[in-house]
Structure formats: C-alpha cells, structure tokens
Design a protein around this ligand. Sequence first.
Ligand SMILES: Cc1cc2nc3c(=O)[nH]c(=O)nc-3n(C[C@H](O)[C@H](O)[C@H](O)COP(=O)(O)O)c2cc1C
Length: 220
Amino acid sequence: MSQIHHRVHHFIKTSRKEYRAGVLNAEDLDADPILQFGNWMDEAIDAQVDEPHAMTLATANRSGEVSARVALLRRVDNRGFAFFTNYESRKGRDLAENPNAALVFHWPSLERQVRITGKVFKTEAAESDEYFRDRPRSHQLSAWVSHQSQPIPDRHELNRVMREMEHRFLNQDVPRPAYWGGYILRPEVIEFWQGRPNRLHDRLCYRRINSQWILERLSP
Ligand SMILES: Cc1cc2nc3c(=O)[nH]c(=O)nc-3n(C[C@H](O)[C@H](O)[C@H](O)COP(=O)(O)O)c2cc1C
C-alpha cells in the first residue's frame, strides 16, 4: 500500500507564514465594493499574480449538496461578476436548482482574499454570443465537443468528436451551442481580507442593504 510521504505530513502540520505584505483600513476602501474589487484586481495584475482572475466558484444543488471548482472571471461591472461555462455541467445543474453561489479569489503573493456571495442569473443570449465569438476557434469547437461533467470512455473520444466538429463547421463560423453561455453573480456580500501578523488579519465586509452598501469590520 502506498503512503503519503512523510514530508507532506510534516509540511502541512508545521508550515506557518506570518502575513506582513499590507494593511487594510476602511478609509482606504472605495464606497462601492465592485470598484474596490477592481482596484485589488489591478494591484494583483501589477504584482503579476498568475491568473489573478481565477476564482473558486461554490454552488449547491436543491438538496444542499455543495460543490466547488475554479472558473475564470470574464467580466465585472455594476451588475456583478461574470463567467462562462456549460449550462448542463454539474455547476449549471446546481445553479438551475439553486441560484445561490459563492466566489473566492486568493492572491497569495499579496496575502489577500476576496469572498463574494449572491445569486446568479444567466447572461442574455446576445452577451453569450458576443463572448463566444471572441474565443479562439479551437475553444469554440471544444464547447461542441465537451458534454462537460459527463463520463466519457477515454480521451480518444474527445479527439474523434473534435475531428467530427471540425468537419461539421468547415468553412463557416462556429455558432454558440445553446447549452453554453454566461452567468453573472450579483453580489450581496463582498469581503476583503488582508493577512496580518499574529493571525490578527484585517477583514472588511460590504453587505447590500436596501440597495445601499454597508461596510463592517469583522473579527479575524
Ligand atoms: C484556472 C482554471 C480556470 C478554469 N476556468 C473555467 C471556466 O472559465 N469555465 C469553466 O466552465 N470551467 C473552467 N475550469 C474548469 C472547472 O474548474 C471545472 O473542471 C469544470 O467547469 C467542470 O466543473 P463542474 O463539473 O463542477 O461543472 C477552470 C479550471 C481551472 C483550474
């Protein structure tokens, strides 16, 4: 029987980082948390965080069974946070049953985390079309090839269907499959976390109350 390497046990048991990269004060934050998110994303891009727009997306089905995965933030504006996916995937089925979702961004080199919760809605077909049109052709074809989250016999199957789709859409634009498109998470709560020494971190949390944003500091 194989075993988890001793080094792994040792590392996860003893690794302790002191966070000292920054501080977070309420007076430094924008009154609008979406604009504040934009400021932090800008700083993450500056800091050359790898894929700073990668976010963990948590969903739950109607029974409350939770699942989480990483997706890429593709748009952010006053409506909320948009990502694109297969509507028939596990996440798509969860969101059809239960629109509540959460997003987490983690930017380790900045010792920052952003947590967002709210409900999702689908983007208009025209917006999904527009985003789909801008994708590389091979990505457009893969949306036709992949029945995301379904079991498949092996990898050859993907290559076979890819060739089929290349043939099917030869010399024409690849249309967006009806089962593929965007979601926008409309935030209700957005929390900005900055790591601080001695585990006394800064947490500033915006909550939408009667279409106003209330800002509170939370205990670390
Ligand atoms: C960095 C990164 C970015 C990803 N971006 C997306 C994305 O934008 N959309 C998407 O559908 N899946 C994306 N994935 C794949 C998802 O994590 C996941 O495997 C897939 O969407 C199926 O999830 P589901 O079965 O829970 O629906 C990404 C994965 C990683 C690691």
